[in-house]
Design a protein around this ligand. Structure first.
Ligand SMILES: Cc1cc2nc3c(=O)[nH]c(=O)nc-3n(C[C@H](O)[C@H](O)[C@H](O)COP(=O)(O)OP(=O)(O)OC[C@H]3O[C@@H](n4cnc5c(N)ncnc54)[C@H](O)[C@@H]3O)c2cc1C
Length: 382
């Protein structure tokens, strides 16, 4: 029987494991944590509230193939994510939309701006804040500056630890300005959440006779990559190896440590049924944390108490007590160059593939991970 090893039991690793198992491969998944699911892991806290241990995860996709694949492992409930932000002492929809505009400007000014935005960007449902700043019209420019200053500048600096000018434009463009009243955070075709959570869905994926999962197992202790070969212990290994773990760690940091932004989550349980008006509330300006997530509003759980997480961005340092988990890749010229050296080494090994956010050093949403994993399994199996 054909053999494959998958390093990392996040959504990327578990999807490729399942797809290869169905194509007749005997697959072993190695995971160094004591649980599956990677950063999409959900569990119950000591108060019986289902939480997202590594930050709130919301499923959304336009990919039919991804939706169909995952639907084999979970039932769904409809969930359209809504986010509020505290701006000038008011909670307004984020992405900034016409409701936010009406809340923060007087009626005359907001009517004027709405009419002008609709006319200048005719036919567009959303624009980037950079589009507003670059507009020819002075009023739109001023409005763009308002949104930029109140919503983006401090949030981005907190999130990335550098002034906004040093952050890649693609990061700023991830959150649009909506030219209307749509207050959903995502506009994708499928916006649903797994009925019993992501861990349950991923666990069902791994439930296949050809898949073995080894938790608490650092794959680096068994596998090494050198001289154009992969070794299992001291012997060359000829099965397929899919790495979803951090590529620099796998190659002993020979080209340096790839930089990431890290996060710390402060979980608090309140003895009250509700805490805030939306599942996620952003605090762009005065507070040290960037946002508060109230999990019950994501998971639809009914309970007398509620648990929230305050999210503090920080520098990633693998040896530090806090901030030792790599969360967000920092794609810039220098870091991408370092990554390309790691990638070139792995590409020289014909039975090894890189998959997922840590191995590819890219920000991926979960649906991107699933699609890439399915495509990789197709390629491997020919
Ligand atoms: C705060 C935050 C919020 C997010 N919210 C969303 C969202 O709302 N919607 C969305 O679609 N996406 C979201 N994402 C993105 C999402 O987390 C990723 O797309 C997804 O989790 C990546 O899966 P992965 O399997 O590639 O990586 P991971 O989930 O990181 O899995 C990699 C696994 O490899 C394991 N591993 C590492 N080293 C080793 C080793 N040496 N040996 C064995 N195992 C190892 C790790 O322990 C981990 O379990 C969010 C990301 C962050 C940071």
């Amino acid at each position: 029987m054909k053999k494959a090893v998958v390093i990392g039991a996040g959504i990327s690793g578990c999807t490729v494991a399942r797809a290869l198992a169905e194509k007749g491969y005997k697959v072993t998944v190695f995971e160094k944590r004591n649980h599956i699911g990677g950063n999409a892991y959900e569990c119950f806290d000591e108060h019986g509230i289902r939480i997202h241990k590594y930050g709130s995860h919301i499923f959304h996709t336009n990919e039919q193939r991804v939706y169909d694949f995952l639907s084999r492992f979970t039932e769904w409930y409809p969930y359209e994510h809504k986010v509020l932000g505290l701006i000038d002492k008011k909670f307004v929809p984020i992405p900034f939309n016409f409701t936010s505009l009406e809340a923060l400007f007087d009626k005359k000014e907001s009517d004027y701006l709405k009419e002008k935005l609709t006319r200048v960007f005719e036919g567009k449902e959303k624009v980037s804040v950079l589009d507003l700043l670059n507009a020819d019209d002075d009023k739109i420019k001023d409005f763009g500056q308002f949104v930029f200053d109140k919503v983006f500048v401090n949030y981005t600096a907190k999130q990335w630890g550098v002034p906004i000018e040093q952050v890649d434009k693609s990061v700023i463009n991830r959150v649009p300005v909506i030219l209307g009243y749509d207050d959903r955070y995502f506009q994708d075709k499928f916006q649903v959440m797994p009925l019993l959570g992501f861990t349950d869905m991923i666990n069902n994926m791994l439930n296949h006779k050809n898949i073995k999962v080894k938790l608490n197992f650092d794959a680096k202790k068994l596998f090494s990559f050198r001289n154009g070969k992969v070794y299992k212990g001291s012997f060359p290994y000829s099965g397929k190896v899919i790495i979803t773990a951090a590529i620099d760690e796998m190659l002993n940091y020979v080209h340096g440590v790839l930089p990431y932004r890290s996060l710390e989550f402060e979980f608090t349980n309140y003895n009250q049924p509700d805490f805030q008006a939306a599942a996620v509330v952003n605090y762009p300006n005065d507070e040290k944390f960037t946002r508060i997530t109230e999990f019950k509003k994501l998971t639809n759980q009914i309970a007398d108490t509620t648990t929230v997480a305050r999210e503090y961005p920080m520098t990633y340092d693998i040896k530090a007590e806090k901030g030792n988990i790599p969360y967000y890749v920092i794609n810039n010229e220098k870091n991408n160059l370092m990554y390309s050296k790691y990638k070139a080494e792995i590409e020289g090994i014909k039975n090894v593939s890189l998959l997922g956010r840590l191995a590819e050093y890219k920000y991926y949403n979960m649906d991107n991970c699933v699609l890439k994993a399915l495509e990789l399994a197709d390629k491997i199996s020919g």
